[in-house]
Write a protein that binds this ligand. Structure first.
Ligand SMILES: NC(=O)c1ccc[n+]([C@@H]2O[C@H](COP(=O)([O-])OP(=O)(O)OC[C@H]3O[C@@H](n4cnc5c(N)ncnc54)[C@H](O)[C@@H]3O)[C@@H](O)[C@H]2O)c1
Ligand SMILES: [Zn+2]
Ligand SMILES: [Zn+2]
Length: 378
């Protein structure tokens, strides 16, 4: 057992600003020893994702107390008895859906849909069951999607880890754990976008900006960037968007349809709200595909005229973990980054300490920052 400083969520839905209500309490907790197929990780960088914010604000409630954080890079410090494919000193990136390798979706090459992985994530436990974090009095703290990275140290299953090259800076590497695979994967794996087509990205956070970079890499002709926030639109232009539109303005759908002569071939919804999904669907052209990576409140519903789906031969697709196979795709995407084809270093905003994390979530909520990264010293 070791001690670690962590940010613990005790209650969802506290009032904003979080700088004042402090939903995340920084405290020392205990980490139990890793089990046979688990790793003890020294966390070096962890991103603030909207999926963490959705637990904090109560849109997607989880068990509490819980340590959130799922976009992690770090170093292996200890391994369980049966671990063969990792060793102490390895650098890793986490994957937020443990893939068991045995269930039908895993065997079909769709680890994002791993059934025991989803079950463990929904229960707030490790893949092998049980919990690894506890308070000083021995009481349990839940695990967030197998990772719980808002902590100096973390215990993760080997099925939640991908080994990476040691020369990638940690604050860059962490992004590959969620934002890059989700955004880039939506374009490359889920949509299988064809070169020369027109694309729109609706919602320009960490996920959406990576979808934009993915569309560029895959050879899009037009890349239409849509957000409600002007600073995001400016940044999208710098990253290669060919046109930008503010979704809060009147008539934006008609203007985009006019600009693209009838709509885009592929629209990616990466905001996680139903109005953005509506925008994405209605700016997709006849025969086009609307892909959503957003995770809104489970009570929210999106509707569309069924006749249009049929008569216009449209497709709507969900994209979880960018339909990625993390062990295959993380190393590939890191290579693209190293070759200068994927400038994800331009997607990082503030780099903060664990103590500043509540303020960080206030800024994520405002929607103006680039990806905010918590870093830990060696
Ligand atoms: N599918 C997955 O595997 C997966 C993985 C990670 C995150 N997510 C989800 O993806 C979504 C985005 O995550 P993020 O971390 O990039 O969020 P973020 O908060 O960084 O970005 C969201 C962006 O959407 C914009 N936006 C809000 N309403 C809009 C509207 N009506 N039209 C256009 N833009 C709008 C915001 O201004 C912001 O720039 C969230 O729902 C998150 O839970 C999904
Ligand atoms: Zn995420
Ligand atoms: Zn599985």
């Amino acid at each position: 057992m070791i001690k670690t400083k962590a940010a613990v969520l005790y209650e969802s839905g506290l009032s904003m600003p979080y700088a004042k209500s402090k939903p995340l309490k920084i405290e020392e907790v205990n980490l139990r020893d890793p089990e046979s197929d688990e790793l003890l990780i020294k966390v070096r960088a962890v991103g603030l994702c909207h999926s963490d914010l959705s637990v904090i604000n109560g849109n997607r409630p989880r068990q509490t107390p819980m340590v959130l954080g799922h976009e992690v890079s770090g170093v292996v410090k200890a391994i369980g008895d049966h671990v063969t494919d990792f060793e102490v000193g390895d650098h890793i990136v986490t994957s937020f859906i443990p893939n068991c390798g045995q269930c039908l979706p895993c065997k079909e090459g769709r680890p994002a849909l791993c059934e025991p992985g989803a079950e463990a994530n929904n229960a707030g436990t490790m893949l092998s069951g049980g919990l690894r974090i506890e308070h000083a009095d021995g009481s349990d703290v839940y695990t967030h999607i197998g990772i719980s990275g808002f902590s100096e140290y973390s215990i993760i299953s080997t099925k939640s880890a991908v080994k990476i090259d040691r020369d990638v800076p940690f604050h860059h590497a962490a992004l590959f754990g969620c934002a890059v695979i989700t955004g880039l994967g939506a374009v490359i794996n889920t949509a299988e976008m064809k070169p020369g087509t027109d694309v729109a990205v609706v919602g320009l956070g960490g996920i959406g900006m990576n979808a934009l970079l993915g569309a560029q890499l895959a050879g899009a002709r037009e890349i239409i960037a849509v957000d409600v926030n002007e600073s995001k639109l400016e940044h999208a232009k710098e990253l290669g968007a060919t046109a930008v539109f503010n979704a809060s303005e009147e008539g934006v759908v008609e203007r985009i349809r006019e600009y693209t002569n009838g709509g885009v071939h592929y629209a990616f919804e990466t905001a996680g709200v139903v109005p953005a999904m509506k925008t994405a669907y209605t700016i997709t052209r006849r025969g086009g595909m609307t892909v959503t990576s957003g995770l809104p409140d489970p009570k929210e519903e999106f509707s569309f005229p069924q006749v249009g789906l049929t008569a216009e031969e449209r497709t709507i697709k969900g994209s979880y973990l960018g339909s990625c196979v993390p062990m295959r795709d993380v190393p590939r995407y890191i290579s693209l980054f190293k070759q200068g084809k994927l400038p994800i270093d331009q997607l990082i905003g503030e780099r903060i300490t664990l103590e500043e994390i509540n303020e960080g979530f206030d800024r994520l909520h405002e929607g103006k920052s680039q990806r905010i990264m918590v870093e830990f010293p060696e």
